[in-house]
Ligand binder design. Structure first.
Ligand SMILES: O=C(O)CCC(=O)C(=O)O
Length: 391
């Protein structure tokens, strides 16, 4: 066990290559721990086309699953192209109006800035009060060795507005079918964000549990804070990927600071990496203890993160995670945000006419009003993130 005071003292002095070297044995052990977990495989449906109950059982037991090869090559190409374009169109530096080529940056007409930047290899949330202080420990922030820019892209938001391929992904029938199996047929959205973990520059996301609302609720259970998908656009390795502590979604609100201190450092011994190929989709319970380390590897990771809740978990709740300043989530608010799903389903159906479209129960009979067109772009999609449902 490492001495935590030594770890703390060494933080500032850790170079990128020292960090990568120190991660190597932990990665080897974590990879060994990950393989018997068995929570991976192709997406299997039962005879009625619903998620196979065996997978649901495994998901409920361990709190995660890796669905292999869900996103086909053609769709993956269009997602990569749109995301690459959004990255290219980022402000040349935080707050700038133009991109690196002098073109107007994307997002100038969005209600909120869709790009977040951080210092290379930093941990922007750990040890701060941001997002309800749910990241109590700051991760190691290695010193970059290369000639790196002062600020690097970290998060992309408003993704269904900015990228047609992401809007279509949001209407994916199999992903929505999983959301239905886990959260019920009247499931509702949470938010979407893309984590960009650039090779040798990407920041850490400190250990945390996502949910903040229902820890003390008399109705608390394993699924009350919903789940997140991550659609992986490139290979996801232990060095750049998300790590989770399997089964920790069952433990209630964990004292993360104590766990890390008792361990003598951030490399938790029971965590495993979610290793994925391009096109794989992970599902992780939002109560899971999870995080990712500074990316001192040579591989970038781009993860399209899409969350869903049970309707009952959200209805009547006040916005959390400081996302929309204290809004109450009434029926109308939930309906307006859920309409993004209805429009996404139609956008997808127009693009992939031979695919069976998902039938989203809350919008049955309203399909004509939620066709994908210029009107619904203005009415439903423009600035939709300001209507997120964060608990
Ligand atoms: O992908 C990551 O590195 C972090 C993801 C995460 O923390 C989340 O989805 O809540």
């Amino acid at each position: 066990m490492e001495d935590v005071s030594v770890v703390m003292a060494n933080r500032a002095a850790t170079s990128s290559s020292e960090h990568a070297a120190a991660m190597a044995p932990y990665i080897a052990e974590g990879t060994k721990r990950a393989s018997p977990a068995g929570n991976r495989g192709p997406l299997q449906l039962d005879k009625s086309g619903k998620l196979h109950p065996d997978i649901l059982k495994v998901y409920n037991e361990k709190g995660f699953y890796i669905f292999e090869g869900v996103i086909g090559a053609e769709e993956l190409d269009s997602l990569r192209a749109d995301v690459t374009n959004m990255i290219d169109r980022a402000p040349v530096q935080p707050g700038a109006q133009v991109d690196a080529k002098g073109r107007p940056a994307m997002g100038l007409d969005h209600a909120a800035e869709p790009y977040s930047f951080i210092k290379p290899l930093s941990d922007p949330f750990g040890g701060t009060g941001l997002l309800n202080g749910r990241h109590p420990v700051q991760m190691i922030q290695p010193e970059p060795e290369d000639d790196v820019p002062n600020d690097v892209l970290f998060l992309l938001r408003d993704i269904c507005q900015a990228m047609p391929a992401c809007l279509r992904l949001y209407g994916h029938p199999q992903l929505l079918g999983i959301a239905e199996a886990v959260n019920g047929s009247d499931f509702v959205p949470y938010t979407e964000v893309i984590f960009v973990k650039q090779a040798g520059r990407g920041g850490a996301v400190s250990w945390h549990q996502d949910g903040v609302t229902h820890w003390q609720s008399p109705n608390w259970d394993l699924g009350i804070h919903g789940f997140n998908f991550q659609v992986q656009l490139y290979d996801t390795t232990p060095a750049n990927g998300l790590w989770i502590v399997p089964g920790s979604h069952k433990l209630g609100h964990i004292d993360i600071k104590k766990r890390v201190e008792d361990n003598g450092g951030e490399r938790l011994p029971d965590a495993i990496p979610l290793i994925c190929a391009p096109g794989d989709v992970t599902i992780v319970n939002r109560q899971m203890l999870h995080g990712s380390f500074a990316n001192t590897s040579v591989d970038q990771r781009i993860s399209i993160t899409i969350g869903f809740h049970r309707r009952a978990s959200v209805l009547g709740q006040r916005s959390a995670l400081a996302i929309e300043g204290g809004d109450i989530y009434d029926e109308q608010r939930i309906f307006e945000r859920s309409a993004v799903i209805a429009v996404a389903i139609d956008a997808r159906a127009q693009y992939f006419p031979n695919e069976t479209r998902y039938c989203y129960e809350p919008f049955v009979g309203l399909e004509e009003d939620y066709r994908w067109n210029d009107d619904t772009f203005e009415r439903v999609i423009r600035n939709y993130s300001s209507r997120d449902l964060a608990i």
